[in-house]
Design a protein around this ligand. Structure first.
Ligand code: FES
Ligand SMILES: [Fe+2]
Length: 392
């Protein structure tokens, strides 16, 4: 895709500078940020290599050797649980001649390069390096995997690819204040699915975080159980969060309500029938309802293509129920049904955003989390554009 003809970098900078924290007056993120492949490297630096990236529920990697290979905005990364029980993140690049070491998800005893079999322990140390007797001044201790800071908070895992990693607690601000009742660190991930979508990563996350589209996109499936939510919470930190009561178990379709699992321990009052939608910037979002959690991570592959990981999780106590597996099928069905309804709209949105004549929009009152993300994103991208201009 070519650079959008109607948007010069000066126009783009001016449009980004107009975005403010006041959703009632702020314009939206410029369409070029969703459509211009020329901005992907800027975004990689300014958004994905200058802070924390959400990896998902740490519970996904339960046993020593459980791993996943990620493409984190152009950086191949391995996440693996080591023998001491620590979750660790490494560059997925062999220290011999650079091959990627692992792909997909699985369990390994050691990390063995498929190319010439250099093999690393789960703690990153190089342990096996066949036929290297010739190499002088070769100390294997100097050839361990490149490691990235990884932090676990509230049951969630985060990695930093930043040259200077900010404090994770500063990054998450008062996250605990809004999320403590849901006991995220007690959740067990029961289904993880990965797929790609032909839309910008931001639009995928935006649609999950606004009630505005419900009547048009989900008229017969889920819209009926979502009355108007509470106002967005006045939180601090790199996230937006909003609670709304629901008229039924929001993680189930109407004809599956009888399958509802027990309300999670820790939830009282109006939290016992409602859903908290949270977007941890830049890439991780989830809905925590009274009985379950569903989560999406969206990462850029190109301006108009993203990789998505969907995770569904339940409180540990619910897994003890005899009919847990039968009941959870209904949860998966609802989540898949809503996603299947969102996807065609995301593709149409991308088609419109790809036009050289697309323009920044405005925010309705049912999309405050989308506005808050824009206010977080715009100054960062602007700084990234400045850096790119200086380096040009
Ligand atoms: S590139 Fe990994 S062992 Fe050669
Ligand atoms: Fe939706």
């Amino acid at each position: 895709m070519s650079v959008k003809q109607s948007t010069t970098s000066r126009d783009l900078a001016l449009q980004l500078a107009e975005i403010s924290g006041d959703a009632d007056v702020s314009p939206g993120i410029p369409p070029a940020c969703y459509a211009d492949d020329g901005l992907v490297p800027v975004e990689r630096g300014a958004i994905f290599r200058d802070g924390w990236i959400g990896l998902g529920l740490a519970d996904r990697w339960r046993a020593a050797g459980d791993y996943s290979a990620f493409d984190l905005a152009g950086v191949p990364v391995i996440v693996v649980r080591d023998r001491a029980g620590e979750l660790r993140a490494y560059a997925n690049s062999c220290r011999h001649r650079g091959s990627a070491l692992l792909a997909g998800n699985g369990n390994c005893k050691r990390i063995k390069c498929p190319f010439h079999w250099w093999t690393y322990d789960l703690d990153g140390r190089l342990k096996i390096y066949p036929r290297m007797e010739n190499a002088r001044n070769f100390d294997p201790a100097d050839y361990g995997l490149v490691e990235f800071p990884l932090a676990c908070r509230h049951g969630l895992a985060f990695v930093s690819l930043a040259p200077q990693t900010p404090s994770i607690d500063d990054w998450l601000g008062d996250f605990d204040r809004w999320h403590a009742p849901w006991r995220l660190d007690d959740l067990v991930a029961t289904r993880v699915r990965e797929f790609t979508v032909d839309c910008n990563w931001k639009t995928f996350l935006e649609v999950f975080n606004e009630y505005y589209h419900l009547p048009a996109v989900h008229p017969d499936s889920i819209s009926w159980m979502y009355p108007e939510p509470d106002p967005i919470d006045d939180s601090s930190g790199a996230f937006a969060t909003q609670f709304g009561e629901t008229t039924a178990a929001s993680a189930l379709l109407e004809d599956s309500q009888a399958a509802a699992l027990p309300v999670a321990a820790g939830l009282d009052g109006r939290l016992r029938l409602g859903t908290r939608y949270t977007w941890i910037f830049p890439n991780l979002t989830f809905a925590a309802s009274q009985d379950s959690l569903w989560m999406y991570s969206a990462l850029p592959l190109a301006a108009d293509r993203c990789s998505v990981t969907q995770t569904v999780a339940f409180p540990a106590a619910s897994l003890e129920l005899d009919d847990f597996d039968v009941r959870t099928e209904h949860y998966y069905q609802r989540i898949d049904a809503a996603l299947a309804e969102d996807l065609p709209f995301l593709l149409e949105q991308q088609r419109g955003l790809d036009s050289p004549f697309a323009q920044p929009g405005r925010f309705g009152r049912l999309e405050p989390s989308v506005a808050r993300f824009a206010a977080w994103y715009a100054p960062r991208l602007l700084a990234g554009l400045d850096t790119a201009a200086r380096q040009a």
